[in-house]
Write a protein of this length. Structure first.
Length: 115
């Protein structure tokens, strides 16, 4: 069974930066994509960024030019570099990896951006 652990969240002022990490362990069955999602209170969980096995990336319009998703295959870790953070980026951030046995989610990490 795959296991994902996010870290790197915290409190930051608007305009600041954070880097989130998602450590992947266990069986992922050759999963070829990884995603970062976020969920603010009262809102649905939305995808923020995706990276494929080829390294291709996609982003939500709201974070384009500010966030960068990357991966380190050797460390089995997926990162989300977040720059120029805004108060509306405040949310719990989750990583997700689809496996042949179902979607696997991490426990989430809180990001709070103060104005």
């Amino acid at each position: 069974q795959a296991h994902l652990v996010e870290s790197g969240g915290g409190l930051v002022q608007a305009g600041g930066s954070l880097r989130l990490s998602c450590a992947v362990s266990g069986r992922i069955g050759g999963a070829n994509v990884a995603h970062w999602y976020r969920q603010a209170p009262g809102n649905q969980r939305d995808v923020v960024a995706t990276i494929s096995i080829t390294g291709a990336t996609t982003y939500a319009d709201s974070v384009k030019g500010r966030f960068t998703i990357s991966r380190d295959k050797r460390r089995s870790t997926v990162y989300l570099q977040m720059n120029n953070l805004k108060p509306e980026d405040t949310a719990v951030y989750y990583c997700k990896v689809p496996t042949p046995w179902g979607e696997v989610w991490g426990q989430g990490t809180q990001v709070t951006v103060s104005s």
